[in-house]
Design a protein around this ligand. Structure first.
Ligand code: ADP
Ligand code: MG
Length: 307
């Protein structure tokens, strides 16, 4: 009986979320990992977005009370600006995005969008204004056009094609035997991590939300793919309030502010230029290491090509 009860409970949970206007498949998968359901407050109002300015004020959070993850995090993402969060694995970077999207609630402090506490508004209205490009995009077992159109189900074929082009995946799709009608997902064409991420970006371009959360893939991409993804992200994040969990040098360099998260607190913050000037800084040492790795990779490639 217990074995049966759990999946049924899950199904009910997922169904309720779908009924509430779930718009992203990623969202559904993330929800499945969430044990505790965050509920709308009685009388929750619709979030009214003017510019989409985000504020984290003294945010404390722990999944398990015995192990605090965030210990008093305060920062702002001004309307239309990009803030990059960097730091060691397990520092709580993705947790920030989960709290903003309200998969969980903060335990102390507050997160606001244009001055409205995310706990006071309906989850549906909150999630409508946020576009999430996760680390790992899960695709539907359907056509590539369907997977892109999911961002805005009423979009025309022309709009789907334009979004794919803007996301730097148009050429790739046009070279597939079935083009936009090609089946993808587990039972179709297997796309690489970078290709799936560009499908997610195309979807987000169609959704056109005022606020963006990007959780960049940690795995090293080759330089060309990185440049293509960066070009796609530049299109989608232009004039939108963007919180990016950044692993790529190219993203971080152009961010308006960089937050270095470590041991639950903000260890360093500033622009790339400011942080690189601190010779003994955490950020400077992180990027010097990454730069050396990239240079080593390029040297290796030159050696291979000259063979
Ligand atoms: P980052 O994105 O910086 O690598 P996360 O925000 O994903 O880190 O996770 C921060 C910490 O919280 C990690 O130690 C992780 O193991 C833990 N954690 C993440 N999700 C959960 C969860 N659902 N339940 C318990 N602990 C979690
Ligand atoms: Mg993460």
């Amino acid at each position: 009986l217990i074995q049966l009860a759990i999946p049924l409970n899950f199904i009910g949970f997922v169904y309720r979320e779908i009924r509430q206007g779930l718009t992203d498949i990623e969202q559904m998968f993330d929800l499945l990992e969430v044990e505790q359901e965050v509920q709308d407050k009685p009388g929750a109002v619709e979030l009214a977005v003017a510019d989409g300015a985000i504020s984290f004020k003294d945010v404390h959070f722990a999944y398990d009370p015995a192990r605090p993850i965030l210990k008093g995090i305060s920062f702002e993402v001004p309307a239309g600006k990009t803030v990059a969060v960097v730091g060691p694995s397990g520092a709580g970077k993705s947790t920030l995005s989960r709290l903003l999207y309200r998969f969980y609630d903060v335990q102390e402090g507050a997160i606001t969008i244009d001055g409205q506490d995310v706990r006071d508004v309906t989850q549906k209205s909150l999630r409508k204004v946020i576009g999430m490009v996760p680390q790992d995009t899960v695709l539907f077992n359907d056509t590539i056009a369907y997977n892109i159109r999911y961002g805005r189900p009423g979009a025309s074929d022309e709009e789907v094609t334009a979004a794919a082009e803007a996301a730097q995946i148009g050429t790739f799709i046009r070279h597939l035997p079935d083009g936009f009608k090609a089946m993808v997902g587990e039972r179709g064409l297997k796309l690489s991590g970078g290709e799936k991420q560009r499908v997610a970006i195309a979807r987000t371009i169609l959704k056109s939300p005022p606020i963006l959360i990007l959780d960049e893939a940690t795995s090293a991409l080759d330089t060309r793919t990185e440049q293509e993804i960066q070009a796609a992200l530049d299109v989608v994040s232009k004039n939108r309030t963007t919180l990016v969990i950044a692993h790529r040098l190219s993203t971080v360099i152009s961010a308006d502010e960089i937050i270095v998260l470590k041991d639950g607190v903000i260890a360093e913050r500033g622009t790339h230029g400011e942080l690189m000037q601190r010779d003994d800084g955490l950020y400077a040492s992180m990027w010097n290491r990454q730069r050396e790795a990239v240079q080593a990779e390029e040297r290796l490639k030159q050696v291979r090509e000259s063979d």
